[in-house]
Design a protein. Structure first.
Length: 387
């Protein structure tokens, strides 16, 4: 009876996964005020108390406990090319690439939160669980999730009976390195990705010492989004979850500091694995569901990203070379080479950046390239040896 009821709940809930819902402007404003007033956590990662939920017979169990109704989770994080700023210019071509993008991949779900700067603050959009479809970036634009869904659907489909979920979180124009220690800093004033161990050991900075600190604010909110979206899986019928990996698309803002990035990234990889594992252990009563050793797929920046000055391409190439060496210092780390997908060119005659026939703008890939990049990312999670 328990299995039958759980299966019916999952089937009924999935019928509602047609479109993603987002909070309105008033709710987003309230959310921003709450974020900026909230005391950050300390740098030590606390293992959450096991999250309890009643089973079909009214007994209390941890949130994820069953061997049925399983969903495999893929995380996406970073700055704007993770958030989704690629303009959808040709829907017909998009649906030719993957017809499922029109109504959503039935066995590849999506949820998350994206943020971006505005003239005097920042804005955000939340996505509840839905089928992965076109336009899940900023204002109907797209990110890597569209191409990822096509690759994942080769494994997760009605024939296999398997289901995947993508949880995405990011904020455009943000850094892994910038040392902002208050909410009025001149750069990345709405948060950085600085991980707790790097902050403590290299900066001598503890997350909890500054009430309004933006150092590591994005890292901390990413964990909160993961917890929230994992918790909500129960309401759509899933009682078991596996963490299958993270796609990290970030670095454009740090391209001038490849040496320090090479120092910081291993801290990030170690911390995010540990902290996501702690979340899962709290939800399962002790099992990290693969998070402690999850693959991390690093997407390189484009060789021609934002060529706003003559030497910019050389700067990009130095950073890309560093990114390609990260698997040498981080276990189970894989690199997807996005450098070949052109975004801009430097026009020596005008002294300005030019994007004609290339990216959506000087910072972001075009529709076709973003599709291919996402597909490559999805396939990278299945690489047998991490190459």
């Amino acid at each position: 009876m328990k299995r039958t009821l759980a299966a019916l709940l999952a089937a009924f809930s999935l019928l509602a996964l047609v479109s993603c819902t987002a909070r309105g402007p008033e709710e987003q404003q309230t959310e921003r005020q709450t974020e900026q007033q909230t005391q950050p956590q300390t740098e030590e990662s606390k293992v959450p108390e096991p999250t309890s939920a009643p089973d079909d017979e009214g007994k209390t169990k941890t949130l994820f406990y069953s061997e049925e109704n399983v969903i495999d989770i893929y995380l996406v994080a970073g700055q704007s090319n993770a958030v989704g700023f690629s303009t959808v210019v040709d829907k017909a071509a998009a649906y030719e690439f993957a017809p499922e993008l029109k109504t959503g991949f039935p066995n590849v779900l999506f949820a998350g939160k994206v943020r971006w700067d505005t003239a005097d603050s920042y804005d955000s959009q939340d996505f509840a669980w839905c089928k992965t479809r076109l336009g899940l970036g900023v204002g109907g634009k797209m990110g890597p999730e569209a191409g990822m869904a096509k690759a994942l659907a080769e494994v997760y489909n009605e024939t296999s009976g398997k289901t995947a979920g993508i949880i995405k979180y990011g904020h455009g124009g943000t850094s892994l390195l910038t040392k902002v220690t208050d909410s009025t800093g001149p750069s990345n004033k709405y948060g950085t990705w600085v991980p707790p161990s790097y902050a403590l050991e290299k900066l001598g900075f503890r997350y909890g010492e500054y009430k309004a600190s933006m150092t590591g604010a994005l890292y901390r909110e990413f964990l909160e989004v993961i917890k929230d979206r994992l918790f909500s899986l129960r309401s759509i019928g899933y009682t078991n979850v596996n963490i299958k990996g993270l796609y990290w698309m970030q670095g454009e803002n740090d391209r001038n500091e490849p040496d320090e990035y090479a120092v910081a990234f291993p801290y990030f990889a170690s911390d995010i694995r540990r902290d996501v594992a702690n979340i899962l252990q709290g939800m399962t009563g002790g099992d990290d569901r693969g998070a402690a050793e999850m693959p991390i797929v690093v997407g390189t920046i484009s060789q021609t990203q934002n060529l706003e000055y003559p030497r910019a391409e050389s700067v990009n190439l130095e950073f890309i070379a560093m990114q390609k060496r990260l698997p040498n210092v981080v276990t189970n780390c894989r690199v997807v080479d996005n450098s070949q997908y052109a975004i801009s060119r430097y026009d020596a005659n005008t002294g300005k950046v030019n994007t004609d026939g290339l990216g959506s703008d000087q910072y972001h890939w075009n529709q076709a390239d973003q599709f291919e990049i996402g597909y490559n990312v999805g396939k990278a999670f299945f690489a047998p040896d991490g190459k």
